[in-house]
Design a protein around this ligand. Structure first.
Ligand code: NI
Length: 402
């Protein structure tokens, strides 16, 4: 494909459709909904799909699954494409004309843009039903974010990946330059463990430490000792992040409190390394408790697993991206990254790949995802649509021939 052909593929969206997609994106942005509450968003997407000949079914409550060619399921390959629907529980700080109308809810990760991109894909595919070599399944997933998250897992349990050969997903990412696409084979995003440590000692008068068992001193040692999980337990290649992000204890200057509470997160890119860090964390906690004669309760929550891209699928993303924007703008720089994504569950079930659309505008520091000033860049819509359409053509042809 020549440079002008590839520009044409990205520019192939009719301008009326592009204007409509922008308006949809702004409407979704104005009306953000939290995980498993995406009722309005679901209704809007469902209407759009029905108008284009799809027969979507609800999945995971507020999600949707829609097949382009249900008649071909089981007889021809099926490629799944996924978008996330939910917003974040945070405030919008922008003065955009389409700023969130809800307090404490905002699209600060760009899922409004991802949903819009997949709606654009649905429109383009609907006009090509007869000519494709297989089925395309659109997955509109609720609840990707945070403690409410895990919508992917629920969708899988409800059969969203049944008969699916490969699955693809994307995310905008302002830390990578606009016009670039980043993808990598293997570990791409991190496994998360969240931990909370409650240290119970014996409180008392600040002048009488000999009568107390001070949870603050034990906690301070614990914070230092936990740093050795990465500096002394892992070699030069590393492979984990351990951060203590909260330390709460005490109320005044002359009382030793009875309790201190720490919270933090572990990120790792290999299950064996994650297990090693957790095992050694338990040992350090037990050791500090014995040393300072305090009780320490470790509450460990295991979050999303490592997101692992299948080499064949990552290669397909790189190939399609290279044809669209040139190989020089496609790389695996900056990957893996220590964020987490429940697309990981999809990629555990069937071969898949998750890739990033660079969104950093040149010459400015573009607010990153989850920043209160963040806004999805509408300029990414044509490239996002072109990438998914390119993957459909590439993969259906390859799988049908194999
Ligand atoms: Ni996100």
């Amino acid at each position: 494909m020549s440079a002008s052909d590839s520009a044409a593929a990205i520019d192939a969206l009719p301008s009326a459709l592009l204007a409509e997609l922008r308006a949809i994106r702004h409407d979704l942005h104005r009306h953000p909904e939290l995980g498993f509450e995406e009722v309005r968003t679901q209704a809007k997407v469902e209407r759009w799909l029905r108008e284009r000949g799809f027969a979507p079914r609800a999945c995971a409550g507020t999600g949707l699954v829609a097949d382009l060619r249900p008649d071909l399921i089981g007889r021809a390959p099926t490629i799944a494409l996924r978008a996330d629907l939910d917003c974040l529980p945070m405030e919008e700080s922008t003065d955009l004309p389409y700023r969130s109308i809800h307090q404490g809810r905002a699209h600060k990760c760009g899922h409004d843009g991802h949903t819009t991109i997949l709606m654009g894909v649905a429109d383009r595919l609907a006009g090509r039903r007869a000519e494709l070599a297989g089925n395309v399944r659109l997955l509109f997933q609720p609840a990707e974010e945070g403690v409410r998250g895990g919508g992917a897992k629920v969708m899988i349990a409800e059969g969203a990946l049944d008969n699916v050969d490969e699955v693809y997903g994307l995310h905008n990412w302002p830390d990578y330059p606009a016009g670039e696409i980043r993808v990598r084979a293997g570990a791409t995003m991190a496994q998360v463990h969240a931990f909370a440590l409650t240290i119970t000692g014996i409180g008392g008068h600040g002048s009488q430490p000999q009568l107390c068992r001070d949870p603050i001193v034990a906690g301070a040692h614990l914070v230092s000792a936990l740093q050795t999980l990465t500096s002394r337990e892992l070699g030069h290649a590393g492979g984990a992040v351990v951060s203590v992000t909260a330390f709460q204890a005490g109320t005044t200057n002359n009382v030793i409190p009875a309790e201190a509470r720490l919270q933090g997160t572990i990120r790792s890119f290999d299950p064996a390394i994650g297990e090693r860090v957790v095992r050694r964390m338990r040992a350090i906690v037990a050791g500090v408790a014995a040393t300072f004669e305090v009780a320490i309760d470790l509450d460990l929550h295991t979050g999303y697993p490592v997101l692992v891209n299948h080499p064949r699928c990552a290669a397909a993303v790189a190939r399609v991206a290279g044809a669209l924007i040139g190989d020089a703008r496609v790389s695996d720089a900056g990957l893996p990254m220590a964020g987490a994504e429940d697309f990981a569950y999809f990629a555990q079930q069937v071969p898949g790949a998750y890739f990033f659309l660079g969104a950093g505008r040149p010459g400015e520091s573009t607010p990153c995802c989850h920043h209160p000033d963040f806004d999805f860049d509408d300029a990414l819509i044509p490239l996002g649509v072109a990438m998914f359409l390119g993957l459909v053509d590439d993969r259906l042809a390859a799988l049908a021939a194999s």
